[in-house]
Write a protein that binds this ligand. Sequence first.
Ligand SMILES: Cc1cc2nc3c(=O)[nH]c(=O)nc-3n(C[C@H](O)[C@H](O)[C@H](O)COP(=O)(O)O)c2cc1C
Length: 155
Amino acid sequence: MMTNLSILYISLAGNTRSFVTDLQDYAQQQHTTNPALPTIKLTEISDATPLKDETAPFYAFVPTYLDGGNGIDNGVKELMTNSLGEYIAYGHNADLCYGVIGSGNRNFNEQYCLTAKRYAEQFNVPFIADYELRGNSRDVGRIYMLLVANAQKHA
Ligand SMILES: Cc1cc2nc3c(=O)[nH]c(=O)nc-3n(C[C@H](O)[C@H](O)[C@H](O)COP(=O)(O)O)c2cc1C
């Protein structure tokens, strides 16, 4: 059983940071109760992060910031989150990505979580889950289970 899951994320307004920190706290509790369950290591990516080769598998958490378009046609332009996409695209990093977890706001309709869906397609990795804004405790439990189950497929 894996002892640790790694998450790379980007967060401009703090929602994603809040969610992954909740997820890390939850993982620690789960691990304390049952040591077979993994803890979580967090790495925040930003425009200032140097590109480097990852050496261990990771999940990518990405919010959505799109300008224009409607999510169906090609009119969308990704803002703010490009540095995570570039980081995953660097070297062989995409080969180590177990999947993408998206967040956004349902008010954006078809564009809801579209950046994560686009990354999943671009890097040929699973789109594992989505949640809105800072998520809630049910999202934390649900997504932790999905991360664990997905990592087990690679074990
Ligand atoms: C300018 C702007 C554009 C956005 N575009 C989308 C979008 O196209 N689809 C979506 O699901 N959410 C969209 N959102 C909502 C964000 O993805 C959401 O607030 C997210 O939680 C932000 O994460 P962060 O606080 O970690 O940066 C947008 C928010 C802003 C401010």
